[in-house]
Design a protein around this ligand. Sequence first.
Ligand SMILES: NC(=O)c1ccc[n+]([C@@H]2O[C@H](COP(=O)([O-])OP(=O)(O)OC[C@H]3O[C@@H](n4cnc5c(N)ncnc54)[C@H](OP(=O)(O)O)[C@@H]3O)[C@@H](O)[C@H]2O)c1
Length: 331
Amino acid sequence: MKLGIVGSGMIVGEFLSFIHEIKDIQLIHISGTQRSEEKLKQIVEQYGFERYSTNYEQLLNDQHVDTIYIALPNHLHFEFAKRALQHHKHVIIEKPMTSTYQEALFLQKIAMENHLFLWEAITNQYLPHYQYIKDHLHEIGNIKIVQCHFCQYSSRYQKFLEGDILPVFDYTKSGGALMDINIYNIHFVVGLFGEPQDIHYYPCIEHHIDTSGVLVLQYPHFQCVCIGAKDCQSPSFNTIQGEKGYFYVDTPSSFIKTVEWVNHDGTSIRTDHQHQHVMYAEMQAFVDMYQNQDYQRCYEMLKHSLTVCKVQTIARRKAGILFPADQVSSL
Ligand SMILES: NC(=O)c1ccc[n+]([C@@H]2O[C@H](COP(=O)([O-])OP(=O)(O)OC[C@H]3O[C@@H](n4cnc5c(N)ncnc54)[C@H](OP(=O)(O)O)[C@@H]3O)[C@@H](O)[C@H]2O)c1
């Protein structure tokens, strides 16, 4: 995979910290804003990229790049991905995939019509312990209650209270607790149970944005609660409770480091601690699909991402959360 990256923020730092462990990724080109030029230069030197640019056009037209990783604030995902696909590049988009379901549908159409890969960089769908839950889900009997609890006080929240509104708390940039943190819970649930029958979001709103909130997903025979907060904190966990037993994950739904499977007959199993960087599994999976030309798997995962986009869009709209108006009206 001949990779170009757009963005040089926090998540790119995480990505670069382990990506050398994955074979068959060549770091070719990193692109960003003029104001980040010094940082881009330093990244090129430190990680061995061939070049950088401060103009996205140059990355789009770089014939040595075949895949673009979009690591930008949420509201830019759609436009940057659309242009990359139109330049016949495969695309990896950071989560959440797009601001709206309509945008995600649009990207899916271009990708499939042009036989291009389009992946959402979402950790939990590729983690081995998540697959373990999937494989054994049928063994805990009929599901009755599902809870996902991911609450992490944001270092950017204090700034937000002081009036310095960073993208993650800015509705014009598709920020908010649901988009930033509860989205992992939605992926966790939708990946196991598919699209819910009904969706209700009860947010705490400050300055037009949900700084925390409770999402209720209704399935035909059970209820599911997803709690996400950036304005307060407590230990995060996930439980899936069935008639015969339950799964308990004592980490946020983005990590899933261990899983405890407890049955009513007194037996229990605890999986080993996961040691690799949390983004390793997803990136390895993308490279494998790319190497094997496995478009079928990519499009299956894309279908899952689209369902998540649908859920987040309905939840936010029903709760009256604002969307970046220009993006909504431009479709
Ligand atoms: N941080 C995390 O732990 C984390 C985890 C998982 C997923 N993500 C996702 O990753 C994405 C980025 O998050 P982040 O935390 O890395 O954000 P960040 O630290 O704010 O970085 C955003 C990057 O985008 C660049 N940028 C902004 N506007 C641009 C434009 N018009 N053209 C080119 N570059 C532009 C910024 O450059 P300037 O600094 O020059 O503006 C910066 O390098 C988000 O979608 C987020 O949901 C983040």
